[in-house]
Design a protein around this ligand. Structure first.
Ligand code: GUN
Length: 298
């Protein structure tokens, strides 16, 4: 039953976008407001340009307004802060996203903390990071939220399960660990300074790879019937071709796992769908309306 092993992120994301479109319409009927997302891109990073293009396209496809700001690589930090102040004040903008990474001369933390927490659809503001770890209701980073929604389809609760997160980034690893903890998993984060990574991963019922090393996770790292969520998106040369691969050696581990997300078509599409979900939730919350319950989504 090969198909049943694959968690089809593309399909789940497509259903999620349909729900968001419908819920967005309801919100519009109720408030006469069309949710608006501002996306700020600084410089010419090719991967960032592709991500931003897709974010804008999908925002419009669900019927939301998008506002795109492309700034030169050499933009001054104060000019970027001024733009964010304007977006914070704009009643048309419900969500603000500044694409990372930013050029070295700009202090990313300062920029992220200048976004109003209620418009911080990335969930990167210090206030929202704190709220997430405190188990409060907040805007949650999009990639871990996408992974969580995929896991929710398999389990309501992760009591008694060992979850291992490979990678400790602020964007994925740390918020992912927090979400798993909220679902009662026993959580371990492993990283470049961890001893015996392979052995720790082998004990995982749920293994989340978010490390950015192509095909690092091999069969010998994976427990029989584990669930593997692969967050990696790595471009490599393989068999004379340019290929997109994850942090997990998909072919090698496939026989061992009970479920796995492919790359592409796994976590990637869920990330943008969750950005739209956060934009809708930010819009609802700004009108003092209750947010969308994850359990009500499917
Ligand atoms: N760069 C890589 N992933 C992300 C993300 O989720 N949000 C932003 N703003 N930048 C990123």
């Amino acid at each position: 039953m090969v198909e049943n092993k694959i968690i089809d992120g593309k399909e789940i994301a497509s259903k999620l976008r349909e729900r968001i479109r419908d819920l967005g319409k309801e919100f519009k009927d109720q408030t006469s407001i069309t949710p608006g997302l501002a996306v700020v891109l600084v410089g010419e990073n090719p991967a960032s340009k592709v991500y931003v293009k897709n974010k804008i396209k999908q925002t419009e496809e669900v019927g939301f307004n998008s506002y795109e700001y492309k700034l030169d690589e050499s933009v001054k930090e104060t000019d970027l802060l001024n733009l964010i102040s304007e977006l914070n004040l704009s009643s048309k903008v419900n969500g603000i996203l500044v694409q990372l990474p930013l050029p070295k001369h700009i202090n990313s933390e300062k920029i992220l903390d200048s976004i109003l927490p209620e418009k911080d659809v990335d969930g990167f503001h210090a206030t929202n990071v704190g709220k997430l770890w405190g188990g409060r209701d907040t805007l949650v980073p999009c990639t871990p939220l996408g992974c969580s929604i995929m896991l929710n389809k398999l389990f309501d609760d992760l009591s008694g399960k060992n979850a291992v997160v490979i990678g400790r980034s602020d964007i994925v690893g740390k918020p992912m660990a927090s979400l798993l903890l909220q679902k009662n998993a026993t959580v371990t984060i492993v990283h470049s300074r961890t001893k015996d990574i392979e052995k720790i991963c082998k004990a995982a019922d749920i293994l989340i790879a978010a490390v950015g090393v192509p095909e690092m996770v091999k069969k010998s790292w994976v427990k029989k019937d584990a669930i593997v969520i692969d967050v990696g998106i790595n471009r490599i040369e393989k068999d004379g071709k340019n290929k997109l691969v994850g942090d997990v050696d998909y072919v090698d581990v496939f026989d061992v796992v009970s479920k796995i997300t492919p790359v592409p078509g796994g976590v990637g599409p869920m990330t943008i769908a969750c950005l739209l979900l956060n934009t809708l939730n930010a819009s609802l919350s700004q009108k003092s309306l209750p947010g969308i319950k994850l359990s009500s989504l499917f």
